[in-house]
Design a protein around this ligand. Sequence first.
Ligand code: NAD
Length: 487
Amino acid sequence: MRKTKTILGMLLFAISLMFTACSCPQNDCQQNNLYKASVDYKIVDGVIVLDEPQRAPGQKSMIEFRAKPLETVRVGFVGLGMRGPGAVERFTHIEGVQINGLCDKYAERAERCQGYLDKAGMPKAKIYSGEEGYKQLCESKDIDLVYIATSWQMHVPVALYAMEQGKHVAIEVPSANTVQECWQLVDAAERNQVHCMILENCCYDHFELTTLNMAQAGVFGEIIHAEGAYIHNLEPFWKHYADNWRLEYNAANNGDVYATHGIGPNCQAMNIHRGDKLDYLVAMSTKSVNGTKIVREMMSEKTDTCMHGDQINTLIRTHKGYTIDMQHNVMTPRPYSRMYQLVGTEGFANKYPTQGYTFKLDQLKAVAGNDADAPNIEALDHHSFAPASVVEEMKAKYQHPIQKEIGEKAKLVGGHGGMDFIMDYRLVYCLRNGLPLDMDVYDTAEWSSMGELTRISIENGSKPVKVPDFTRGDWNKVDGLKFYYAE
Ligand SMILES: NC(=O)c1ccc[n+]([C@@H]2O[C@H](COP(=O)([O-])OP(=O)(O)OC[C@H]3O[C@@H](n4cnc5c(N)ncnc54)[C@H](O)[C@@H]3O)[C@@H](O)[C@H]2O)c1
């Protein structure tokens, strides 16, 4: 039975790969020399609407999906460059984990990670290498979870292969590069009934978790607007990506190709596909100035053009009428920013460049009461952030249960100040307890689809583009985001 299911799965996977070269309506592309999108679309009342495939027979929705609990999570890592080894190290600090596979195209990168296992007193893992070594790892019977931190170009091929072997997958960001790849992830998860989680670590940063908890408690009132960004001058990094995969990707693709840090935490606070959904977006790109210079310096034998604009700006509107503003810039010397901002009818939260909150006075009274020791809330000036004493009190009151449980250990283990560890810890915890994950395959698809959707808008004179409903109508079945705990 399992074998028949696997063969059927592989067949469907192969068929889906045969249809990779879809396009916008032929005439539009030919007339305007437009970018050919990964799926067909129509322009309806001025809005670009992409075709949405029906759910195939045998596939089931993954909303609130629970897999069989795993007493021990047996994990295999694929992609051990700059990012992957840190994950291996973090997993050695999580209870109920066995690290059974280490894979990189380059064997020495995988071998190097055995050191973390030695240090933790864990047995050595099997090493897999070469361009297709991941296939053996995915086929291995002693692996439940494939943790993918390869180049973007390899995320989906590895994830699809793993899911067809019945493995859960966790994929670095962005998990997919095109809308078609997003649908492939959704379909593979639904067909095989396995988890497919985006490794969006920013959802677990301390500020984001506290702020999410405040948002869910209604501290900000109705959240009408959010802002997110990934602004990071990658000049010192470009030459360190294996085989130059990142610059090659940027040289060939415009759009907000790294949108998930910016959009992920905002979608969680705004309950996207848990009562609201992303409706449509418009995007605009600057010309490429620094990008072109870098491409000419590093890739002159291949190309002298860079498709990717130096700065990408995107506006998204949700079905309920709220907005999200996103920025992406990895080309100019701006200070680092992973902007996370919530604008609510009752309050405001802001992460970069300055962390701060403002709250309506009655919210503060509820926290501080009329206690003599309480901060002087009457002295608040609403032209600036709330004073530190008030913020500290609010942060203590609204510390997220996950921070209470694991926050201190996370700071010790580390990974971007601990958020990477909290993310890995929650993944393992939910798998061990058979719980829905904090981020499901629809989050994975929605957040990752921003790359190509913004590109389609940009390449069509910033026309609005409808965001596909990857849940296929189930976006309103769950009322609000929930992080699950064992009873
Ligand atoms: N969430 C975060 O904060 C964060 C931070 C950094 C990077 N990332 C993500 O992590 C991923 C990896 O980035 P990186 O900076 O480590 O890049 P990198 O180039 O240093 O590492 C990628 C690794 O993948 C390996 N690889 C490529 N093809 C492979 C294949 N077929 N089989 C096995 N291994 C293969 C390469 O050899 C390399 O070692 C990217 O998706 C990136 O966006 C996320």
